[in-house]
Design a protein around this ligand. Structure first.
Ligand code: TXA
Ligand code: MG
Length: 318
């Protein structure tokens, strides 16, 4: 099939070098990661970071995750602690983001961290993101490549559809393997998970040898991914087991889920990883088919199921 998107580029070395040039010139590109696609810019550049907020229509109070290749450059920007080193060794590169204290000498812009004294840092595993970071020698500020409060993109065409020609360059990286945003874990004090993801509190607890909690309702919003209204697909999402009305689609999971035209199964054989991977794609598809609302049947809240339910709850909140 011919590529109808003129702003999506194959991730060969030539184009990776092109991407590097664009980023060094403080411009923004779309990049693949194993979780979701990101909207990336030089984390040390005010101009680049401002552009990201502008493109996403992101509130300035919502800080951005900074992506690194390894610890070398990171050490200039954050204060490293033992819990971080243990988790880094166990899970990185991979779908986990750490909140750490920012060094006063850090060059990461104040806008990127929304004037906080902390930084969210992540080491993506996707080979295109890694190759790019390795030749760049700069960290990348990269929120998910969607308009603020909407669904995250899991393919290059999702990014192109969301921003049209406002983004001139998107690196192709196939479908994102995980399909849900990274787990965010706060390591600045008592260790806690701020956003559930594919790396579970249990597996983090195993490494740190303590019980780790998910912060469900933040008293003070420390991570606007915690904001109630988020991950909205553009039509109402209702968590319920009731029968669908006209123009309503149903999303469910597992072998016993009905087979009908307006029933969308996240995983026919009840695999939670597969369900996570299909979630955003399915919600987008339903919206594009013209349904007016979506009924979601509950997903088992174990492992990555917790992250799926977290996103569904926020998608359904009014
Ligand atoms: O999987 C991911 O994490 C993707 C890919 C592109 O890496 N990125 C992503 O970024 O999901 P974004 O901006 O959509 O979500 C970042 C979340 C936001 O909820 C933000 O509030 C939180 O991270 N965050 C960033 N810096 C923070 C900080 N210093 N303290 C607490 N939360 C922070
Ligand atoms: Mg996001």
């Amino acid at each position: 099939m011919k590529n109808i998107y003129s702003n999506i580029y194959k991730s060969n070395l030539h184009n990776l070098k092109k991407a590097k040039k664009i980023l060094e010139n403080d411009k923004i590109i779309g990049i693949p990661t194993e979780t979701v696609y990101g909207l990336a810019g030089n984390a040390y550049s005010n101009k680049a970071v401002k552009k990201i907020y502008y493109l996403k229509k992101r509130p300035a109070i919502n800080p951005i995750i900074i992506h690194y290749y390894n610890l070398k450059i990171l050490k200039n920007d954050v204060i490293i602690n033992n819990n971080f080193l243990k988790l880094y060794k166990a899970f990185c590169p991979g779908p986990i983001t750490f909140i750490l204290n920012k060094k006063t000498s850090s060059k990461v812009t104040f806008e990127a961290t929304a004037k906080k004294k902390t930084i969210a840092v992540r080491f993506p595993k996707h080979k295109v993101a890694r190759k790019l970071l390795s030749i760049l020698k700069l960290p990348l500020a990269a929120p998910s490549a969607n308009l603020s409060s909407r669904l995250s993109p899991t393919s290059s065409t999702d990014v192109a559809d969301e921003f049209k020609n406002k983004i001139k360059f998107i690196l192709e990286g196939g479908r994102s393997k995980v399909g849900l945003e990274s787990t965010i874990v706060d390591l600045t004090g008592h260790v806690k998970v701020l956003r559930p993801g594919s790396i579970t509190p249990k597996s983090i607890g195993k490494i740190l040898k303590k019980k780790i909690k998910i912060i469900k309702k933040a008293k003070k919003i420390t991570s606007p991914g915690q904001l109630k209204k988020h991950y909205y697909p553009g039509i109402p999402v209702i968590i319920n087991m009731r029968k669908p009305k006209k123009n309503e689609a149903v999303v469910g999971f597992g072998k016993r889920f009905k087979r009908r035209k307006n029933y969308f199964n996240l995983s026919g054989n009840g695999n939670l990883k597969e369900a996570a991977n299909n979630l955003y794609k399915t919600l987008r598809k339903i919206k594009n088919k013209g349904y007016k609302s979506i009924i979601v049947n509950k997903i088992p809240s174990v492992g990555i199921g917790m992250a799926i339910n977290d996103r569904l709850k926020r998608a359904s909140s009014k």
